[in-house]
Ligand binder design. Structure first.
Ligand SMILES: [Fe+2]
Length: 195
């Protein structure tokens, strides 16, 4: 028999009973829904950033579970990893520029310890360094989740080939293959180019 009485009801990201992580995730969505940056001025689009931060968060949870890492920290890192793009609509130096924005959001919530904030912010600050294999498991997790999540959208291969250096493109491919292998998925066709 399941013990439903001991389980918290799922609040669908509304109401007073959100967890500290759900509150931050909700804030990220609200930033995107209330964005006043026009799509012409945006390097990406609020729609893609909403989809990518949400789906990266889910990929991050799966990888954290697989790697024995803290799932809550992983989801927070992943949902906020592109926070600068979400707030400013620009990709340039977005990892380092996003770190103080994430720090402020976490500090203002009052829900996180200094150590937790440092872990989250440090991983966000370094997530663009896909060519570096660091000994920080959370930085590696968000790099892997970011690359893998992007590979699941159509035509990202072509975009990366146009906008990234050949070396950087290979680093993305290496990471995506590694993650797919880790998850027991095929590694021959790692990009989604269906239509
Ligand atoms: Fe990303």
């Amino acid at each position: 028999m399941t013990q439903t009485t001991t389980l918290r009801d799922f609040p669908h990201f509304k109401g007073p009973n959100l967890t500290r992580s759900e509150k931050i995730q909700r804030k990220v969505v609200e930033l995107l829904l209330n964005s006043t940056i026009s799509e012409d001025e945006h390097d990406s689009s609020p729609v893609f950033e909403l989809k990518h931060s949400s789906s990266c968060c889910q990929v991050g949870r799966i990888l954290a579970e697989k790697r024995g890492l803290n799932v809550e920290l992983a989801e927070l890192i992943c949902v906020m990893h592109d926070i600068y793009v979400i707030v400013e609509g620009k990709y340039e130096d977005h990892a380092t520029r996003g770190a103080p924005i994430a720090r402020k959001m976490l500090e203002e919530s009052g829900d996180f310890t200094e150590e937790e904030i440092n872990t989250i912010v440090d991983a966000i600050a370094h997530h663009s360094e896909k060519h570096i294999k660091s000994d920080n498991p959370y930085a590696e997790l968000v790099k892997d989740a970011d690359a893998t999540d992007c590979s699941l959208y159509e035509q990202v291969e072509g975009y990366y080939k146009r906008h990234k250096s050949p070396e950087s493109f290979l680093e993305y491919e290496k990471r995506i293959k590694k993650v797919r292998g880790e998850l027991g998925l095929q590694t021959a066709n790692i990009w989604r180019n269906n239509s």
